[in-house]
Design a protein around this ligand. Structure first.
Ligand code: LRH
Length: 479
């Protein structure tokens, strides 16, 4: 057997991670080798990611892995948050720092695009929930700003793979979140491209999860550990990776992938794109093994993190664990927050935004002084749990599943208080999956890909991936 190591890169809106999988006496060992903070920044009135910082951090992570993995590195795969993309010039060099999906330029682009193609039509063609953050509206915003139609773009994880020597592709699970892929054909949708005045010829080729896209090349490839390292497109969408990292069987479970966002839903064998799920704006995104992530984007730790940023600016530094502890002891404020109000998806002034909503709804505003953070945190956690319960009821209804179990994965699955509230609100039996579930799923897809048997259309097989995931969840618990 090949006992070389593998590397999983997981790009997060709050932090990026580089992890190493090694085989020691036949046992899997996973180490988080490098983790660095990430955040969008305001540049000339636009909200953008610092691409050079991300690239430097990832290269550093790879170098550290090479120093540890004396046995050599067999494969590398990259997943990350969906929808954002890098524009390239003819040589494949980035034209600018990528926009962050929260940038407000898509507020107008969305409305303007709906005059060319109706939201109902978009929904029917793609099965994807209408979210203004989707790549479609961002690319159309570029068009409105006079961007030439022919320039190439790559979603972020795929861009990183190409930067390390991989072919320029769009991995299917990640491509679906652009809002531009036909639900059943699994290809770019002509009608949508033409409505948004986008050039089909410059769109990257869609490939399924578990596709080898090339060999590591360039300066890093000179390190001995990287002599013969293949690059793999895993499920490039971090949420699809996180769900692939849940080794559950049976038909009675739902998931919450809990981080900046909470993705609340269930895995389906077939998409569910009827009138009602469409009206309720559920999404059908690509999952590993040709399955479907049927879920809804619910707000998440974004609310807490944005409040913390504001309180920090006002002179009081709260950590998330500290806030969770005080929130549990605080009284539950009267009146729940509508966590999914569009205004609460925007950056900045979060305590003010929350109070503005409370005033609109006729509730007492909360004290915005940082010392009163416990009341805000309590309100946020209670409201998130209530929202999860409402959404999961609809998930059960649309999917026809009798839900009994709820798997919570991702960074915020560590929040015991929110978990207890969620268990109470949903009445489901709660299981905490891996906090690094995207990394688990990323490695699991790599291993399944390296084993070699795969479906030409949907890629690696779900059962195989699931077996590897079970092993890696256990391997990560040892850390
Ligand atoms: C989570 C996530 C989510 C998307 C959002 C853009 O990181 O990928 O699935 O909706 O970021």
């Amino acid at each position: 057997a090949d006992t070389r190591a593998s590397i999983a890169v997981d790009l997060g809106a709050e932090s990026c991670r580089v992890s190493l999988l090694q085989w020691i006496d036949g046992m899997a060992a996973i180490t988080l080798v490098h983790r660095f903070a990430n955040a969008p920044r305001e540049v000339n009135g636009g909200l953008r990611w610092d691409l050079a910082m991300i690239e430097a951090g990832l290269d550093e992570g790879l170098r550290r892995c090479a120093a540890i993995a004396v046995e050599g590195v067999r494969s590398i795969a990259v997943d990350g948050w969906a929808v954002d993309y890098v524009r390239l010039d003819a040589e494949g060099v980035p034209l600018a720092d990528p926009f962050c999906y929260r940038d407000e330029r898509t507020l107008e682009a969305e409305q303007s695009l709906y005059r060319r193609i109706s939201p109902e039509k978009l929904r029917e063609l793609t099965g994807v929930q209408l979210l203004r953050i989707n790549t479609l509206y961002q690319l159309y915003a570029d068009t409105l700003q006079g961007r030439p139609a022919g320039s190439q773009w790559l979603n972020l994880p795929e861009y990183i793979l190409s930067r390390w020597g991989g072919a320029r592709v769009a991995e299917h699970t990640n491509a679906t979140h652009t809002g531009m892929v036909e639900l059943y054909q699994r290809q770019w949708c002509r009608e949508i491209f033409s409505a948004a005045q986008l050039d089909l010829a410059s769109a990257p080729k869609i490939v399924p999860p578990g596709t080898e896209v090339g060999k590591l090349s360039g300066p890093l490839a000179e390190l001995p550990a990287f002599r013969d390292t293949v690059l793999i497109a895993p499920a490039c969408h971090d949420t699809a990776s996180a769900i692939a990292g849940i080794p559950a069987t049976g038909n009675d479970w739902a998931y919450i992938s809990s981080g900046t966002w909470s993705l609340v839903g269930t895995l389906l064998e077939q998409p569910c794109n009827g009138k009602e799920p469409a009206a309720e704006n559920f999404t059908n995104l690509g999952a590993v093994g040709g399955r479907t992530c049927f879920h809804k984007n619910v707000n998440g730790m974004w609310l807490i993190k944005q409040c913390i940023d504001q309180w920090t600016a006002d002179g009081r530094l709260w950590s998330v664990p500290e806030l969770v502890a005080v929130a549990e002891a605080a009284a539950k404020p009267h009146g729940m927050l509508d966590v999914d109000e569009p205004d609460l998806m925007l950056a900045g002034r979060m305590p003010k935004r929350i109070n503005a909503q409370r005033l609109r709804k006729g509730f007492e505003p909360l004290d915005e002084n940082p010392e009163s953070a416990p009341a805000f945190a309590s309100l946020i956690f209670h409201s998130l749990a209530a929202r999860y319960a409402t959404v999961l009821e609809r998930v059960a209804l649309h999917s026809g599943k009798k839900l009994k179990r709820l798997f919570i994965v991702g960074g915020a699955s560590q929040n015991g208080f929110l978990n207890r509230l969620t268990e109470q609100a949903t009445g489901l039996e709660l299981f905490r999956g891996s906090a690094e579930s995207s990394t688990v799923g990323n490695f699991a897809v790599q291993m399944a890909a390296l084993e070699g048997s795969r479906d030409p259309i949907t890629g690696v097989y779900a059962e195989q991936v699931s077996r590897w995931a079970a092993l890696f969840v256990a391997a990560l618990e040892q850390v």
